[in-house]
Ligand binder design. Structure first.
Ligand code: SF4
Ligand code: SF4
Length: 206
């Protein structure tokens, strides 16, 4: 029992001379360490709206809102800061974590208390969705398909959905796909399709 008491005494004396270990916030500004996990922030440029961060978030603090309309269909990623644990799973497992900029990263911002829950969010802009050309279901964000195509390089041309969406993003898909439709048996396969319709056109209609 004697030694712990001496240790505490030593710590008390050190603190008297050197001052406390804790910072003087809020009287003085606090500058957290560089790798401090503060407010998570989306990057519009880096985020491809794949929803992986929403799937791994243990607090379910991340939602994605899909709006499907006749003219345009979009997805928005929304992170609720008032529900976030600042655990870092979203940034550690973000699909584009190795890109520059990554889809989401932690800032060192920590003074986030407030009264209006609606304003305590971090979100992306609305990203365009890719819909199945047969049933109209949401496949994923177009930016996600483009990211996969970039990663696969020439291998992406073995996947009709990636191939067709790349052609469309370049603006000359209609001619190519329409010509193919006239001359290829089971031409439904070379459309942008969800997994269910892909299975139907590949296996069930064989
Ligand atoms: S830091 Fe953790 S709790 Fe917060 S949004 Fe990311 S995964 Fe969810
Ligand atoms: S790119 Fe990263 S931040 Fe964006 S939705 Fe996917 S996992 Fe989340």
């Amino acid at each position: 029992m004697k030694y712990p008491k001496l240790r505490e005494l030593k710590e008390a004396l050190t603190a008297l001379i050197k001052g406390p270990y804790t910072s003087d916030f809020p009287r003085k500004n606090h500058h957290p360490a560089k790798r401090f996990r503060g407010k998570p922030e989306y990057s519009n440029e880096g985020c491809i709206a794949c929803t992986a961060c929403a799937m791994v978030c243990p607090a379910r603090a991340i939602e994605f809102r899909d709006v499907v309309n006749k003219d345009s269909s979009t997805r928005k990623m929304i992170l609720h800061l008032d529900e976030c644990h600042y655990c870092g799973q979203c940034s550690a497992l973000c699909t584009t974590r190795e890109d520059s900029p990554p889809g989401i990263r932690h800032t060192t911002e920590f003074d986030l208390a407030g009264f209006d829950r609606e304003s305590m969010i971090s979100s992306t802009d609305e990203k365009e969705l890719a819909l199945c050309e047969i049933c109209g279901d949401v496949i994923t964000a177009k930016a996600h398909l483009a990211w996969i195509s970039r990663k696969l390089g020439s291998l992406a041309f073995s996947n009709p959905t990636l191939f067709a969406s790349s052609l469309k993003s370049m603006g000359f898909a209609d001619d190519v796909l329409q010509t193919a439709k006239d001359s290829i048996l089971r031409s439904d396969r070379i459309k942008i399709l969800c997994s269910k319709c892909r299975r139907k056109t590949t296996i069930e209609r064989f």
